[in-house]
Design a binder for this molecule. Sequence first.
Ligand SMILES: [Zn+2]
Ligand SMILES: [Zn+2]
Length: 266
Amino acid sequence: MSDWEVLALRYADRNARVRGDSFIFDDDHAAPHPMDYFMWLLRRGQEVILVDTGYDASEGARRDRPILIDPREALAAHGLVAEDIGTVIVTHLHYDHAGGLHLFPNATLHMQASEMAYATGPCMCHDALRMPFTGEHICEAVRRLYAGRVVFAEGDAEVAEGVTVHRIGGHSKGLQVVRVRTAAGWLCLASDATHFYENMALGKPFPIVADVAEMLDGFATLNRLASAPELIVPGHDPLVRDLFPQSGPESWILSNGPRKPLPTFG
Ligand SMILES: [Zn+2]
Ligand SMILES: [Zn+2]
């Protein structure tokens, strides 16, 4: 079978952040640290898989985190109609990854059983753990389940030939990453298993975390899953736009590898 093409689509950014929002242990907590928000598109001939859905303008208004582009419009720029998307991999159910589930009404969702259990279970009684989730997004996932369109994984699973998911946990109990075969080798979409290159490179946990030990173990798992360190793609790092070639407005092609070497940290 042929390799997959992988695109990163940026739908939002947030610049009023500091390093303290990104690293638990850091000696410069007040320094600016901007963040990008992505969804990812896998294509091979007529096959299309969407990895995460972003969120829409109403969620952006609710959280005062406006979007740059509606997720549906981001896909339309690639000739895709939201209603035609049949497969969505949900890396985890946080608002910025599952906030557009309702925009893709005909998709079957691939997620970890432990993520649904976490988002609908007793941990959500804690404000601090519930904060990155939005009830309506979780309800949409449950509605999809009752429509017979959720496929649960418990650990590792294949979604399509050349596309597998792997539970990492850590940041959210059922966070999974996506391993894709590309022309450049095995690429790993880390999503929030590492928000930034620096989290992984220096073993610095991100402050939104359900299990710190799992998050730290996850950095090693990412390195096992990808053919090379530069084929691990963090979930929110603006550096992705610098390292990989741009392929259109708010779109970067990942599957041919980066066009320059990874920077060193620390
Ligand atoms: Zn998250
Ligand atoms: Zn995120």
